[in-house]
Design a protein around this ligand. Structure first.
Ligand SMILES: [Zn+2]
Length: 250
């Protein structure tokens, strides 16, 4: 995450005393930036003109309940800073304010359709438009501390069914050498089982299957990519959406 004038000794981000709420918002931006590969810039925390603003309200252990931010390039054209807005849209119901003059369109709390901002966790028509064309304002209530959501959480088997070695794997797709001995077999229905290749060595851990495997409308394994000493498994669900999980779990 970039800050404006980070080398400036008077930079407000160098100050101590920021509340845990603001520190969490900064961490959230860092995580969002890593997940989306879009450079996000925080332009203001508590260095804000006085007024009825959450920037200058007391948090749990320090000052501030709001941050401002934008993408790297300065500007005021329509949609420009949407990546910053969209990063926080993931947690919109937990926000006190999410203000941007060029927001996306969606169904508002009153049932109407149109561009929206967030007020007290609810979608409302954009407000304070004139002052929020070149940045996005994000504010929380005191004690609200959250993290950037994991984009694709590993699917958890609905009914874990540990299987001993020797289980039949249907629609065999690939066989991988497990790091701690044995073999993983991955099937096109998403099932993963392990065995010891009859060598009597340690069995690789069985970590379950994707939900729905083995039945009608099952998820399909579409790819297996080496990833950090294990594998990243690409799964396509019956509704065509794609998710990933790691094997073994990270
Ligand atoms: Zn602001």
């Amino acid at each position: 995450m970039a800050y404006d004038s980070i080398s400036d000794p008077s930079n407000p981000f160098n100050k101590t005393g920021l509340s845990v709420e603001v520190r969490a918002l900064l961490r959230y931006v860092e995580d969002a930036e890593a997940a989306t590969a879009t450079q996000l810039v925080v332009t203001c925390t508590t260095d804000h003109p006085a007024g009825p603003t959450r920037h200058l309200q007391q948090g749990t252990d320090g000052l501030g309940l709001a941050i401002d931010g934008r993408i790297a390039a300065r500007g005021t054209y329509v949609n420009q800073h949407r990546p910053f807005f969209d990063a926080f849209a993931k947690v919109e119901t937990q926000l006190y304010e999410l203000i941007y003059a060029y927001p996306p369109s969606g169904k508002r709390a009153d049932g109407t359709i149109g561009p929206y901002n967030i007020k007290a966790g609810k979608r409302v028509a954009p407000y304070a438009v004139s002052g929020h064309k070149d940045h996005v304002h994000v504010a929380v209530n005191r004690t609200v501390v959250f993290r950037y959501p994991t984009p694709s959480p590993a699917p958890t088997p609905a009914t874990p069914t540990p299987k001993p070695g020797g289980v039949m794997v249907r629609n065999y797709l690939a066989s991988l050498v497990a790091p701690n001995g044995g073999t993983w077999h991955l099937a096109t229905d998403g099932g993963i089982v392990t065995d010891t290749d009859g060598a009597g060595g340690p069995e690789a851990p069985y970590l379950g299957s994707v939900p729905g495997s083995g039945g009608a409308g099952v998820a399909r394994v579409r790819g297996i990519l080496p990833h950090k000493g294990g594998y990243k498994v690409v799964v396509q669900h019956p509704d065509e959406t794609v998710s990933f999980f790691h094997y073994p779990a990270a």
